[in-house]
Design a protein around this ligand. Structure first.
Ligand SMILES: *[C@@H]1O[C@H](CO)[C@@H](O)[C@H](O)[C@H]1NC(C)=O
Ligand SMILES: *[C@@H]1O[C@H](CO)[C@@H](O)[C@H](O)[C@H]1NC(C)=O
Ligand SMILES: *[C@@H]1O[C@H](CO)[C@@H](O)[C@H](O)[C@H]1NC(C)=O
Ligand SMILES: *[C@@H]1O[C@H](CO)[C@@H](O)[C@H](O)[C@H]1NC(C)=O
Ligand SMILES: *[C@@H]1O[C@H](CO)[C@@H](O)[C@H](O)[C@H]1NC(C)=O
Length: 479
């Protein structure tokens, strides 16, 4: 009872921007599933089909009172790679994951089933886009590469698979591709390929049933100067290519009257980079820009510099980007109608709850939820299942996902200040860091803020005790 109250009321220690307050809504030490029977549970444990310390929740997408959650098969013992939990408030701690759509659909070593789901997206009509990388056991001695990468399109209203696109070898090679994250733009799906050898943005056209890849080394490959960072005490030191992706609203150009421009901007960054980049959907949609496997020769925007490395990110339909800053234990926001250098804000910073911010989702009630985990320790060894490893943190932002059209807003992004061309002269790291580092992130001392919501005196005391616990831990890590 005490623990549950703490969980629901936990107020993160450093609410730097008082308007947006993240609260822990769920937490887990390890993932467990809705096993059909005690017998099924026991035999899965005994046979190694289920190894609790090897199951990591990574992606999350809200739809109609459920959170759909992915569990990539990075190590052995992940019995289902896609599942869901109720998103209704008050659902309690450590909810069991219900394999989705079924146990059968998650069968390992069956290329017709889901093998390794990293992320998924669901559009407002209930069409689910499931990104299955195909290969499994990527963090083990012998990775398994028996199945090709595929995009499975599933209709949640009818509970049926609509179609599957198996990516051709030239787009997502079975040996090298690592399809990571995706955004959906009506007829098109844009997917980051985190491949070490051939990174890029994979574009899939639903109407054409075709896919291709756009490459741009200067903005899509790791920056060696940004490959070494720390999340709490764990060092991450590897060149990791393009990973996080977000899609902006449709743009309007109003220089002389108002012109609706159907192009949108796709935002992305390599994990090993401090820069955010963007490219127009018009460029991505033109298969000719795949340029026979060579780099796209045109312009890509270098939006600017962040305070740390980023994995998950998401944009609202009013053009506000939410993203994690991994080495800073923080969640940040950028209103894209303002300059990146001065418009970034850190919303919350906490070393306990905000660790590896893997993915964001926005529900239809105007709340954003981030899935935070301890991936930085998992890549060095198994999970310590005696402590908490997964958290869902939510904040009310009163905005909707980029997937919902917003005709009331005349969205007009700021003119791009910088551009990045794939020439050797353009270095991905600026020479001056002080002027481009967001000022708010230098506010390292967490402020104590009480939650805006009601609650009696006893609730307030509870909240305060959690804040103090978090702040003392913060000092432990930072001093
Ligand atoms: C895992 O979930 C099953 C129910 O599906 C339950 O019987 C079992 O006790 C759970 N295991 C743990 C360690 O909580
Ligand atoms: C969203 O709001 C509706 C109506 O207030 C409520 O019934 C529902 O539970 C809410 N959903 C979530 C996920 O909070
Ligand atoms: C789809 O499955 C859900 C349960 O997962 C069920 O409630 C719903 O009725 C099903 N819909 C159809 C059309 O079968
Ligand atoms: C993939 O890797 C395996 C093992 O290294 C190798 O035998 C195979 O030829 C590779 N396939 C392609 C298409 O490169
Ligand atoms: C973004 O900034 C613009 C310009 O200051 C402002 O009008 C708009 O309300 C902001 N959008 C959000 C969602 O905060």
């Amino acid at each position: 009872m005490w623990k549950l109250a703490l969980l629901v009321l936990a107020q993160l220690s450093s609410a730097i921007n008082a308007e947006v307050q993240f609260r822990v809504i769920k937490q887990w030490k390890f993932v467990n599933y809705t096993w059909g029977s005690n017998e099924a549970y026991r035999s899965a444990l005994e046979s190694g089909i289920y190894v609790p310390q090897n199951v990591v929740m990574a992606g999350i997408t809200y739809y109609k009172d459920y959170f759909y959650i992915t569990m990539p098969r990075m190590k052995s013992g992940v019995p289902a790679t896609l599942g869901r939990i109720s998103a209704l408030p008050g659902f309690g701690t450590s909810p069991l994951i219900e394999p989705f759509p079924s146990w059968d659909f998650n069968k390992l070593d069956d290329c017709d089933a889901l093998q390794n789901v990293q992320n998924l997206e669901i559009d407002p009509s209930g069409t689910m886009y499931i990104l299955d990388g195909g290969h499994t056991h990527s963090l083990m001695q012998t990775p398994v590469k028996n199945c090709p990468a595929q995009l499975v399109i599933y209709d949640l209203r009818k509970n049926t698979t609509v179609s599957k696109h198996v990516f051709p070898e030239s787009v997502a090679s079975r040996n090298d591709s690592f399809l990571y994250d995706l955004v959906v733009d009506n007829d098109f799906v844009y997917i980051t390929d985190n491949s070490a050898n051939d990174p890029g943005i994979v574009v899939y056209s639903l109407s054409a049933g075709r896919s291709w890849k756009i490459r741009h080394s200067a903005s899509m490959r790791a920056d060696p100067k940004a490959q070494n960072f720390k999340v709490n005490n764990d060092v991450v030191n590897a060149p990791i290519n393009i990973a996080g992706i977000a899609l902006g609203p449709r743009t309007y150009h109003s220089a002389s009257g108002v012109t609706l421009n159907h192009d949108r901007e796709v935002f992305y960054c390599p994990m090993s980079s401090l820069h955010l980049y963007s490219i127009s959907t018009a460029i991505l949609q033109n298969e000719a820009n795949s340029n026979n496997g060579q780099d796209y020769p045109g312009l890509v925007h270098d939006v600017g510099r962040k305070a740390s490395q980023t994995d998950g990110m998401m944009m609202t339909n009013k053009g506000v980007l939410y993203y994690g800053l991994l080495g800073d234990n923080s969640i940040a926001q950028w209103n894209s109608t303002k300059p990146f250098s001065s418009g970034q804000k850190v919303l919350s910073r906490d070393p306990n709850y905000i660790q590896w911010t893997n993915a964001f989702t926005i529900d239809t009630n105007g709340s954003i939820t981030v899935l935070s985990n301890t991936l930085q320790s998992f890549i060095h060894g198994d999970l310590d299942t005696h402590k908490y490893n997964f958290w869902l943190l939510s904040a009310e932002i009163g905005e909707q996902s980029y997937l919902y059209e917003d005709s009331s807003t005349m969205y007009s992004p700021l003119p791009n200040e910088e551009t990045s061309e794939p020439s050797s002269s353009s270095s991905p790291t600026p020479t001056t860091s002080t002027s481009t580092t967001p000022s708010s992130t230098t506010t390292a001392t967490p402020k104590l803020e009480q939650g805006g919501g009601g609650g009696g005196a006893s609730q307030q005391i509870l909240e305060l005790s959690v804040i103090i616990m978090a702040v003392s831990t913060w000092f432990f890590y930072n001093n």
